[in-house]
Write a protein that binds this ligand. Structure first.
Ligand SMILES: C[S@@+](CC[C@H](N)C(=O)[O-])C[C@H]1O[C@@H](n2cnc3c(N)ncnc32)[C@H](O)[C@@H]1O
Length: 244
């Protein structure tokens, strides 16, 4: 079920290629996120984090943290004791750390190098785990999911925000045009990486979204998996619990 779409045609594995791609686009990542999503991505993160409010998590892990936006949003709404963000791209986290320093959040939110498939934490460490637009990029989706399950405390919750494919006319047609033509054109223009914003729609198309992803969550061990489409299905929020 893992997707095999990679950013570049090189002999490196997907993980190395993904890290290289995000290192390349890191200086323009926040700007392009804002431009290409017309700011909608902020509302999606807000909605995802709000689902955690009833759980009042104190120790949160933000996997695939990138420039830290999900972690920053989680801190704002949940005021936990500590958030650790992990990512395989040092380039992305460099910009994240600068942002955290400016916001004076650098002691509360710590960003460290870490791979979802081999997380540097003990079993049952976190009350909640968040992942924003990360799972689609994992080299082996099932391994990344299992890694997160392992470090989540029993009773803990995972919230995953990811792009999905709208299925209905005319959103599907508009989305296909925008994602396959407009996004790669603008992305290439600003990011100076020819492949990154072509890889984006390719990786979304290859991602097992909706019910298929819920089945993967269940297989990993997560209980009560839920799925909520956002903005006509352009993105989706998935949640799951680690049984007590
Ligand atoms: C699209 S960015 C998302 C960043 C951030 N979460 C956000 O909401 O803007 C995806 C991030 O996933 C990271 N990533 C990909 N595979 C990963 C893995 N196996 N473990 C940790 N991070 C990973 C990439 O390096 C990249 O920074």
């Amino acid at each position: 079920m893992s997707n095999t779409v990679t950013p570049y045609q090189s002999s490196d594995g997907k993980k190395e290629q993904v890290a290289e791609m995000f290192d390349n686009i890191a200086p323009k990542y926040d700007f392009l996120n804002q431009l290409l999503s017309l700011g909608i991505h902020k509302g999606w993160r807000k909605k995802s984090v709000k689902l955690l409010i009833p759980f009042d998590p104190k120790f949160i892990l933000d996997v695939a943290t990138g420039t830290g936006d999900f972690a920053i949003e989680a801190n704002k709404r949940l005021n936990p004791t500590k958030i650790i963000g992990v990512d395989i791209s040092e380039g992305m986290m460099k910009f994240g750390r600068e942002k955290l320093k400016k916001l004076k959040l650098d002691s509360k939110i710590e960003l460290k190098l870490g791979d979802s498939e081999n997380l540097p934490f003990s079993d049952n460490s976190f009350d909640a785990i968040t992942v924003g637009f990360g799972v689609r990029n994992f080299e082996t989706l099932e391994k990344g999911m299992a890694g997160m399950f392992r470090v989540l405390k029993p009773g803990g919750i995972v919230v995953i925000l990811e792009f999905s494919r709208p299925r209905k006319f005319p959103i599907k047609q508009f989305y296909n045009f925008y994602f396959n033509h407009v996004t790669p054109f603008i992305g290439k223009l600003f990011s100076k990486d020819n492949r990154a914003y072509t890889y984006l729609p390719e990786s979304v198309n290859a991602f097992p979204d909706g019910d298929t992803f819920l089945a993967i969550m269940k297989k990993t061990g997560f209980s009560d998996p839920t799925w909520q489409p956002l903005s006509f299905g352009i993105a989706s929020i998935y949640t799951g619990r680690k049984p007590q």
